[in-house]
Design a protein. Structure first.
Length: 144
């Protein structure tokens, strides 16, 4: 099997409701996601996957939905949320709602679900996504 990996980066704000420390405050990250794909053999062009296709599909989704906005938990009780929702909508960067807290763990699972649906018609095998929330901390999803 041959693997290849593509990085996609974006900037976003989140907070973890109920966190006992500073992560409960609104703050931002430069997120880095490493998508690893696998194939039993290379295609006729000598590739596992066309990086341009990944950039268009996954990069396009991330750019539209997660870049330069807030990624929040649905039902986040912080009093600033309604204002943030209105402001970001007005500015063309609507808040992205997660069903659970927007931790790296939950975000990488969401990204895997979305990436698989974005690539469903391609035959590309997604093996792993590693999402770096900071240079020192990441969460990894693995196809099992
Ligand atoms: Zn954070």
């Amino acid at each position: 099997m041959i693997e290849c990996t593509r990085r996609i980066e974006w900037d976003a704000m989140h907070r973890i409701p109920g966190h006992e420390s500073r992560c409960r405050a609104f703050h931002g990250h430069r997120y880095v996601a490493e998508f690893t794909f696998v194939a039993p053999e290379l295609d006729e062009l000598g590739m596992v996957v066309d990086f341009g296709l990944l950039k268009d599909r996954i990069g396009g989704w991330v750019d539209e939905k997660w870049d330069h906005t807030a990624i929040l938990m649905r039902g986040d009780p912080d009093p600033a949320v309604p204002l943030l929702v209105r402001s970001n909508a007005r500015l063309g960067r609507p808040v992205y709602w997660m069903d659970g807290p927007p931790t790296a763990e939950n975000m990488v699972a969401e990204l895997a679900h979305i990436s698989k649906s974005l690539l469903a018609d391609t035959g590309i095998s997604l093996k792993r996504i590693r999402l770096w929330e900071t240079p020192n901390g990441s969460a990894t999803w693995n196809e099992d």
